[in-house]
Design a protein around this ligand. Structure first.
Ligand SMILES: Nc1ncnc2c1ncn2[C@@H]1O[C@H](COP(=O)(O)OP(=O)(O)OP(=O)(O)O)[C@@H](O)[C@H]1O
Ligand SMILES: [Mg+2]
Length: 578
């Protein structure tokens, strides 16, 4: 919670005014029972109707002024809490964007969503009501109890017996309610996850005819949600009756004790009326006291959950090694590289030794799961090697500032993700601020320009749910255009043209070769035709290089590569015959 102090400090001026309004409105609230007392006392000693009217209008005036300050108080204090919520959420988001790959490997998305929404809400409650009510409660309790003691110490004693009971029950019921709220929220995010996954995977669900199965599973989750809500309603329903009972008990006590004092002449009727007035003022603060304690407990728990994100160390973008102003360029070397994913004990890559001369092209083939994607992810330090070293231009990749390293690379992932924004902007992700000409040129090289021109709004056509849906091959080429736009020193293609037909692929590769002169290319592919022009080809199997050489050399040696080649040629021949 101490983390919130700097945020509060930023808004100390509006907070000060807000809390001042709390005090002023409380003063006005405390005056009114006293005026009522004057009125009643005057009535007993005979009074003109003019005087009564005066008292009545004074009461209205006081209520009005007090009300205005109450309004100002809520407006400022709650407003501050909303603004801090905004700052906090911005910081949380910014931090999330800096966290390393591994963090997302072990954290559920639904969990992050919950922390940045409902947990943040709990924290905001501490900052708004949690700041306002303690001040309000303390001031009004102090004022009212003083006045009550002045009127009748004995009656006050009775009140002080019942009051804490009200606070305590508000506190305990509040805790129960919170426990149920947590259970409800948990189920809510399970429901959300389920819906999200099934909507985005709706094609799979349909094609496997799994709708019925998923429907009954959803029904189960939904019923559990209802059940948890019903548990909550049961507890909540007890709240008001319990408090009412307590207050009736208090009222009965005071009527009995106060009535006797009036009969004995110790207390005037006006005093009694004022006393009941103060009791009324005291009611809410007594409840608020228990409630605020709850707010703090929950806020602290939520803040701890948020802190777990804020405390996760960000990826280190700072300059670590000696190589500050050098460009990331030169030969790429893998020296005895072995790799396990953090938290697992299987070697995914074993003893990889490789050299790719600057400007050269390396192709990686291998069965699915053999470690191709992993191998190329190590170069941009999405993961760090477990053993060995990767160098660019003779310098270990860790010695480059991470930003420079990634700046030098254009990466086309295996299953590219397009954002729901205009297609032109989607390409510009590669280089924010690129002008339309450059975007179009990149699209041209990636072989997607003619198709984009035919979209209803050309480059302005939105992609995704509210726009056009791209085919697999179109997506891949859009992602390629993104990487080309960067004009990277090193281009990395992870099976980037797998959904494109062979003819289109040839055209794209031709175009690429021109752009990629003097730049290094790493490409993963399943189709031999894609890679036969590469300078060097490696064949991965279970994380080790089992064959390497040029296309001709590998064919001549008659290993796995040659076998793969033969099969693919056979298949092509068959396809042509059909
Ligand atoms: N984030 C991860 N955490 C743990 N293990 C992983 C992770 N990603 C991949 N693996 C494992 O590492 C191995 C190699 O995966 P990789 O994605 O590199 O294969 P690949 O050769 O690219 O396969 P494909 O041709 O299907 O794309 C696999 O056994 C996979 O299960
Ligand atoms: Mg892969």
């Amino acid at each position: 919670m101490y983390r919130l102090i700097p945020y509060l400090k930023t808004y100390r001026v509006p907070l000060f005014w807000g809390l001042l309004c709390v005090g002023i409105s409380d003063v006005f609230m405390v005056i009114s029972p006293w005026i009522l007392k004057l009125g009643v006392d005057w009535m007993e000693s005979g009074v003109t109707s003019r005087r009564i009217a005066m008292i009545a209008s004074a009461l209205v005036g006081i209520a009005l002024v007090g009300g205005v300050f109450r309004y100002l108080m809520r407006w400022t204090v709650i407003g501050v809490s909303r603004r801090i919520e905004l700052d906090l959420r911005n910081n949380l988001y910014r931090h999330l964007t800096t966290l390393p790959q591994n963090f997302y490997n072990y954290t559920r998305t639904g969990d992050i969503m919950a922390r940045s929404t409902s947990d943040l809400d709990q924290v905001r409650m501490v900052l708004g009501p949690g700041v306002m009510y303690p001040v309000d409660t303390t001031i009004s309790i102090l004022f009212s109890v003083t006045m009550m003691l002045y009127i009748s110490p004995m009656l006050t004693l009775y009140v002080l017996m019942i009051g804490p009971l009200a606070s305590a029950s508000a506190y305990f019921l509040g805790q129960q309610i919170f426990k149920h709220t947590l259970r409800i929220q948990e189920q809510y995010s399970t429901l959300n996850d389920f819906i999200q996954e099934n909507i985005s995977g709706v094609r799979i669900v349909r094609s496997f005819l799994a709708e019925g199965f998923h429907e009954s599973e959803f029904d189960g989750l939904n019923r559990e949600y209802l059940q948890r809500n019903m548990d909550m309603v049961r507890v909540q329903s007890m709240f008001m009756p319990l408090l009412f009972t307590l207050f009736s008990l208090g009222a009965a006590l005071i009527l009995w004790a106060g009535g006797r004092s009036i009969i004995l002449g110790d207390l005037s009727l006006g005093d009694f009326v004022a006393f009941v007035g103060y009791l009324g003022i005291l009611t809410w603060p007594m409840i608020a006291l228990g409630w605020v304690v709850n707010l703090y407990q929950r806020g602290a728990a939520s803040m701890a959950r948020i802190n777990r994100i804020l405390d996760a160390p960000p990826e280190d973008y700072s300059f670590e090694g000696k190589h500050q102003d050098g460009k990331v360029q030169g030969d790429i070397e893998f020296v005895n590289v072995s790799f396990k994913y953090p938290g697992t004990d299987r070697w995914v890559l074993r003893d990889i030794n490789l050299t790719i001369p600057r400007g050269g092209t390396l192709a990686v083939v291998g069965k699915t799961g053999s470690g191709k994607t992993t191998l190329i992810s190590l170069l941009s330090r999405l993961w760090d090697v477990t053993e060995g070293e990767i160098r660019v231009g003779g310098i270990p990749v860790q010695d480059y500032p991470l930003e420079d390293l990634r700046q030098a690379m254009g990466f086309v992932p295996q299953d590219p993700l397009l954002f729901s924004m205009r297609i032109g902007k989607n390409i510009a992700v590669g280089r924010p601020g690129a002008d339309d000409d450059d975007i179009q040129k990149a699209a041209e090289i990636a072989g997607i320009n003619p198709e984009i021109q035919e979209f209803p709004k050309g480059y302005q056509t939105p992609v995704g749910e509210r726009g056009i849906t791209l085919s697999g091959g179109q997506k891949q080429r859009t992602a390629l255009a993104r990487a080309i736009l960067r004009q990277p020193e090193i281009l990395i293609l992870d099976d980037a043209l797998s959904s494109v037909d062979t003819q289109t692929e040839e055209v794209v590769l031709d175009g690429l070769r021109k752009v990629m002169q003097h730049r290094t290319t790493l490409m993963v592919a399943h189709r031999i035709s894609t890679i036969q022009g590469a300078d060097h080809i490696i064949v991965l199997d279970e994380g080790s290089i089992i064959e390497q050489g040029t296309h001709e050399e590998l064919i001549a040696s008659g290993g796995l590569y040659a076998e793969l080649h033969q099969k693919q040629q056979l298949r092509e021949a068959l396809e042509e015959m059909e």
